[in-house]
Design a protein around this ligand. Sequence first.
Ligand SMILES: [Zn+2]
Length: 265
Amino acid sequence: MSATVVEGVGLNTGSPARVWLHRAEGPMRFRTGGCELIARPEAVVATRRCTVLGGPGTELAMVEHLLAALRVAGFWSGVVVEVEGPELPVLDGSAGPWREPVAALGAPPEAPAPLTFAAPADFSHGETRFQLTPGAESLGVEVDYPHPAIGRQSWRGGPESFDALLDARTFATLEEYRALRAAGGLRGAEEGRGIVFGDEGPSAPLRWPDEPARHKALDAIGDLALLGRPLLGSLTIERGSHAAHVAFMLQLLAHHTPPNSGPSS
Ligand SMILES: [Zn+2]
């Protein structure tokens, strides 16, 4: 079966990347280098400024933006993402360009039952703090960057406002950018592939004044999609990171008892 190909360049390696999306029964998964990687928290092998899935002899970086676009379109399963290249293409630094190829997949399978919790939960990982309160699904993020054009920002919204987040672009401060380049990374960083905040402000006009907070929310939505189902509750993440998102999900799964597996009352 033919599918639209999405071509681009990986942000960190600068390697060319080609991606095809296919419908297929079963869990959300990536196919690369002859290996199949199931999209789940346990498959995350690294979090170097993006989320990296891995298996025997294979790694695939920056899966989170596409996962966010799939999740926003209602896909929690039923898709195989075939990838040529070590990381997904950065495109314009946002998940917006994934909308069209995801829409071409058609209607998503029936939504899975959400993960539910009876009591509020608090979890910390490094400098990141998570607060989860039972109730309707919503996400709040709070960021604090030592750059005058970013500073403290927050964003909060429910699933109905997640789609707009897809257009928020990835960003770095000029200091981070220089350090990462000096370390051999960001080989694919060019104008039009995200934002660099320098002394004169952002390298491109912002789409929203709080675009950094929105991008952090997008990253969280993409990472949390690895749960394979929505998280029913109000979640607040302060100073989030990919590593913290993964630690949080593993913690959730370790402590969550499916509603039908306990002793019947
Ligand atoms: Zn991102």
